[in-house]
Design a protein around this ligand. Structure first.
Ligand SMILES: Nc1ncnc2c1ncn2[C@@H]1O[C@H](COP(=O)(O)OP(=O)(O)OP(=O)(O)O)[C@@H](O)[C@H]1O
Ligand SMILES: [Mg+2]
Length: 227
């Protein structure tokens, strides 16, 4: 792959759930290596769908998505090396905080001692040291969101997708203390050892994301579709 090649290419991507309504319609979008991109659009316009297509939890009904030049259509989610913070967090309710964060490492066969170290580092990054043994139901919404962020970052993915990841976090966690906040700024992510952080995320409101994402893709290009 050449250095100039986009890390991600959406080529003519379409998605319909019911065969009638086109949720995503002929989406062509290149995302550059190291780029921080925000998808903007009203509720129901297809932001989550677009992230799910890239992560591999939904399948496009038209077009192809390329990651580092390779078509993703036959690559399952766990082989894409993409970290995702889901809009509803999707934490495993029966697992502790430490087990939730360690999960992406254990499915990748990382040794237990190494998992423990990396989980501790991730917990520290989201300021949740001491919460290891709690279960998601014993956490506040913002604390659950921080566990979801830590789980998406812990395996140092190629790409990080965050679906409204800051909604439940207060201002200080969002940005004022950016060096400690994994979701606040690309430089903060680099400080925490991610080599090529390329987050993409959905958001309703430009204001809350202004200053953290230099490029924003409005949902107004195709009437009735998003991104
Ligand atoms: N699994 C599904 N089956 C059928 N329709 C779906 C499914 N998932 C989403 N949709 C529909 O697709 C459209 C886009 O949904 P999506 O979740 O992508 O929107 P969004 O832009 O993320 O919205 P929000 O800002 O509210 O999170 C909505 O009309 C939604 O009802
Ligand atoms: Mg959504």
């Amino acid at each position: 792959m050449s250095a100039a090649e986009p890390i991600v290419r959406f080529v003519g991507i379409g998605k319909t759930y019911d065969g009638v309504t086109r949720i995503v319609d002929e989406l062509d979008l290149d995302i550059e290596r190291g780029e921080f991109l925000t998808l903007l659009g009203p509720s129901g316009s297809g932001k989550t769908t677009t992230l799910m297509l890239l992560a591999g939890f939904e399948t496009p009904t038209a077009g192809e998505i390329l990651l580092e030049g390779k078509p993703l259509s036959r690559v399952p989610p766990y082989q894409r090396n993409i970290g995702m913070v889901f809009q509803n967090y999707a934490l495993f309710p029966h697992m502790t905080v430490a087990e939730n964060i360690g999960f992406p490492l254990s499915v990748r066969g990382v040794a237990a001692a190494d998992i423990a170290k990396r989980v501790e580092r991730a917990l520290d990054m989201v300021q949740l040291g001491g919460f290891e043994q709690r279960r998601p139901a014993q956490l506040s919404g913002g604390q659950q969101q921080r566990v979801a962020v830590a789980r998406a970052l812990v395996f140092e993915p190629k790409l990080i997708l965050m679906d409204e990841p800051l909604g439940a976090l207060d201002k200080q966690l969002r940005g004022a203390d950016a060096a400690r906040d994994p979701a606040a700024a690309p430089t903060a992510r680099r400080d925490h050892g991610l080599r090529h952080p390329r987050p993409g995320r959905g958001a309703h409101d430009v204001g809350s994301h202004r200053g953290v994402s230099p490029r924003q893709d409005p949902a107004t290009r195709h009437p009735g579709t998003d991104v």
